[in-house]
Write a protein that binds this ligand. Structure first.
Ligand SMILES: Nc1ncnc2c1ncn2[C@@H]1O[C@H](COP(=O)(O)OP(=O)(O)O)[C@@H](O)[C@H]1O
Ligand SMILES: CC(C)(COP(=O)(O)O)[C@@H](O)C(=O)NCCC(=O)O
Ligand SMILES: [K+]
Length: 256
């Protein structure tokens, strides 16, 4: 019988976790949650206290070694399974890594591309892809129809953009505004500026992929703030909250 599988994604803002009934794509989600990094120590005695024990876990972490160790303490304290973390490599689960130094690619980016490729092939014939993650930072990846990661953009996320503007100016200390085509107050101008900066970068990457690959890319969006960006995107963007968890399930199955 299959045993439960624990997937963990540790970004620079939050640790996201999901427990599945087995370690393969399409497995049933049994429980999930997210903790800000300051609250990782609550996991074992809090949200994880009543979970069935996973037979294995796999995660990705870009938040640094100290945070990874704090998460490992919780995993080991609560569950009898070894912490395992994905490291970006030259090739895995259908994606070939075009980075100059493949292991320097953020593991979350690598895993999300693997999840997206699996989803795209499930839906139909192979196409190029643009994979966008809206987290603490924003990443915009280009993948060709053969599964080669061509390269990607890194931008500041909404929060970092606003904090940078606040700390670098005298007059920009205002509450969050609305996204407007023609903002007429400072709050709306800041919120709209950040949103359209991201949307514009994504649109450029879609153009680059379209002309490089000669085909319309399948476009996926994920990350904690993906729901804020998805409504303003031009073109067909599929919002998939679980893209990283999906990628972890694909990798776990491929590794057996
Ligand atoms: N409920 C929420 N809690 C925390 N951040 C949120 C929430 N909803 C949206 N966000 C936005 O999502 C971003 C964090 O997304 P997340 O995917 O957790 O990032 P990371 O993977 O970098 O830890 C924050 O910068 C914030 O703007
Ligand atoms: C780009 C990132 C900071 C994104 O982090 P996140 O927003 O998910 O917290 C992370 O993937 C990272 O640290 N990458 C390493 C550098 C690189 O991918 O080139
Ligand atoms: K992330």
């Amino acid at each position: 019988m299959a045993s439960p599988f624990l997937a963990i994604d540790i970004g620079n803002t939050r640790l996201k976790w999901a427990l599945y009934d087995a370690a393969h794509p399409g497995a049933a989600l049994q429980a999930h949650g997210a903790e800000f990094l300051d609250h990782i120590e609550r996991l074992a005695d809090g949200p994880w206290a009543d979970l069935p024990a996973p037979g294995a876990m796999l995660g990705c972490v870009v938040a640094g070694d100290a945070v990874r160790r704090r998460a490992e303490e919780q995993i080991v304290e609560r569950f009898d399974c070894a912490p395992r973390w994905v490291v970006s490599s030259a090739a895995e689960a259908g994606i070939v890594n075009g980075y100059d130094h493949p292991t320097r690619l953020g593991a979350d980016r690598w895993v999300a591309m693997i999840g997206a490729r699996h989803r795209m092939l499930d839906a139909g014939p192979a196409r190029p892809m643009v994979v966008v993650m809206i987290g603490t930072a924003v990443t915009v990846e280009a993948i060709d129809a053969g599964g080669k990661f061509l390269g990607g953009l890194i931008l500041p996320g909404h929060g970092i953009m606003l904090r940078a503007l606040e700390s670098g100016t005298a007059g920009l200390h205002v509450p969050t505004g609305e996204v407007r085509e023609f903002p007429t107050n400072t709050s709306d101008a800041l919120t709209s500026g950040g949103t359209y900066a991201i949307a514009g970068a994504v649109e450029r990457m879609v153009q680059h992929v379209r002309s490089h690959c000669g085909a319309e890319p399948a476009c996926y969006m994920t990350g904690g703030a993906g729901w804020k960006m998805a409504p303003v995107m031009n073109g067909d963007f599929e919002l998939v909250e679980s893209l990283i968890m999906d990628g972890l399930l694909v990798i776990a199955q491929a590794r057996g």
